[in-house]
Design a protein around this ligand. Structure first.
Ligand code: ADP
Ligand code: MG
Length: 421
């Protein structure tokens, strides 16, 4: 009995091990080829290991190879399924098991059932998915056994031990159900996280829309005035040339505002690269300047010497993280003030400091920063700092906050420096 439980637990561990890597696999969903490759590798490893460590029930050898085969197929798709089937057959052959061709023939009906169920699987609800996976798993096993044992004249084995067969199928169903439940749970969790990030991004874009529209009006007014002037014939050539230059500069500025603004809303798969911190701080100040002007706030940028500073991370996530913090700072200065953006080195660390002289926070409020739905604003979501903090932590950044009621707040972010790319 102990022996059996030991084998059984080992098998459960093997079957659930691909799930430990599932967060990484999930991230590759936007790159189907890599996703399928990883799905195949992890579930093929699970198949090979379950086959290497079978369980003995009432003197008969069983293994749970069907579980990774069914789950990997349902979540990986037809190509992954074919590869998993091939791996299973090849490994069985390498183990020296007899009747290779009969076994391959026996596997076919199960595969046909999979093809039949696969198409509708994606759109099912959780309970239905679990049911389909359990049914598929049971059918694969039953069909394979029946065909194989009939063709090899051993069908008696299956019929003589109905209790252990049922027991085995029941255990298998239970594990498959748990497996699908775990995958669906993780999927839902990741999707929710993505949704929060996305909705916060749209919130920034929405909040800034008015200020961008406002800022955009200035160059339009200027250009309009000059065009009006061109209509009068009395201005000399030199002045005309000057006005023309001013017009182009103003239009370029308007274009820059729009480009910066639109790049905020861009959908972007994660892409880790080397970031020039000073250039990013200037980009940040440009984007925030529009919002600051609108709220009568000054922006002060201090990036020190000319020497560039580099860190690594996803550019758009990094920007979103800093814009959230900068936007909060502007919103904290209802009666005007200055937003200061600084970057410098200290002890091999790249420091980025965003400080304001707004209303500040109590130590209790500072502690609540980064927890979801904590907001003191009428139209706040209380998700901005949470999204920012999780992105900064993902970049291995450290966050230090100092705040004093009535005086202001300072966010100090520390990242490790990387050498010039
Ligand atoms: P939201 O901005 O939607 O309220 P956030 O998660 O961005 O949500 O911020 C949560 C809360 O933290 C804000 O409502 C505000 O009370 C506080 N806060 C954040 N940054 C500052 C700051 N620089 N100064 C004062 N309070 C701040
Ligand atoms: Mg905010």
């Amino acid at each position: 009995m102990i022996e059996y439980i030991k084998d059984f637990l080992l098998n459960i561990f093997i079957i659930f091990s691909p799930l430990a890597f599932y967060p990484y696999i999930y991230k590759t969903k936007s790159r189907p080829l890599l996703y399928r490759f990883l799905m195949y590798i992890f579930f093929a490893l699970a198949i090979i290991t379950t086959m290497s460590f079978p369980v003995t029930i009432n003197g008969l050898l069983y293994d749970f190879r069907t579980i990774p085969l069914a789950v990997g197929s349902l979540y990986g798709g037809v190509q992954v399924s074919v590869l998993l089937y091939l791996t299973l057959m090849l490994y069985r052959y390498l183990l020296g098991n007899p009747n290779v061709w009969i076994y391959i023939l026996a596997l076919l009906p199960g595969f046909v059932v999979f093809l039949f169920l696969y198409k509708s699987f994606q759109s099912l609800k959780l309970v239905q998915k679990i049911a389909v996976a359990v049914i598929l798993c049971t059918l694969i096993k039953l069909l394979t056994f029946t065909v194989y044992l009939s063709l090899t004249g051993q069908i008696g084995l299956l019929l003589n031990n109905p209790i252990s067969t049922v027991q085995n199928l029941f255990l298998q169903g239970l594990i498959v159900g748990l497996c699908v439940y775990a995958i669906e749970f993780l999927n839902k969790y990741f999707m929710m996280q993505e949704e929060i990030v996305r909705s916060e991004k749209m919130k920034i874009v929405g909040d800034m829309a008015a200020s961008v529209a406002h800022e955009f009006r200035n160059p339009l007014t200027t250009v309009r005035g000059f065009i009006h002037l061109f209509g009068t014939t009395t201005i000399d050539k030199e002045k005309k040339e000057f006005y023309r230059k001013v017009c182009i500069e103003e239009l370029d500025r308007a274009e820059l505002i729009i480009t910066d603004y639109l790049s905020l809303a861009k959908p972007d798969p994660e892409h880790i690269e080397t970031l020039d911190v000073k250039a990013e701080i200037h980009y940040l100040s440009n984007v925030l300047l529009t919002y600051a002007n609108y709220n009568n706030i000054q922006v002060n940028v201090q990036t020190g010497s000319e020497q560039p500073i580099f860190i690594t991370g996803d550019r758009f996530k990094f920007r979103q993280a800093l814009i959230n913090i900068g936007k909060n700072a502007i919103e904290a200065m209802q009666d005007g003030g200055t937003l200061t953006l600084k970057t410098y080195y200290r002890n091999d660390q790249v420091l980025i400091v965003l400080s304001d002289n707004g209303n500040g926070m109590t130590p209790e409020q500072v502690k609540r920063l980064g927890t979801p739905y904590y907001s003191t604003k009428d139209k706040g979501t209380g998700l901005g700092t949470m999204v920012s903090f999780s992105m900064i932590k993902k970049m291995n950044g450290k966050i230090d906050i100092r705040s004093e009621i009535g005086k202001g707040t300072e966010f100090m972010l520390a990242f490790s420096e990387v050498k010039r790319p």
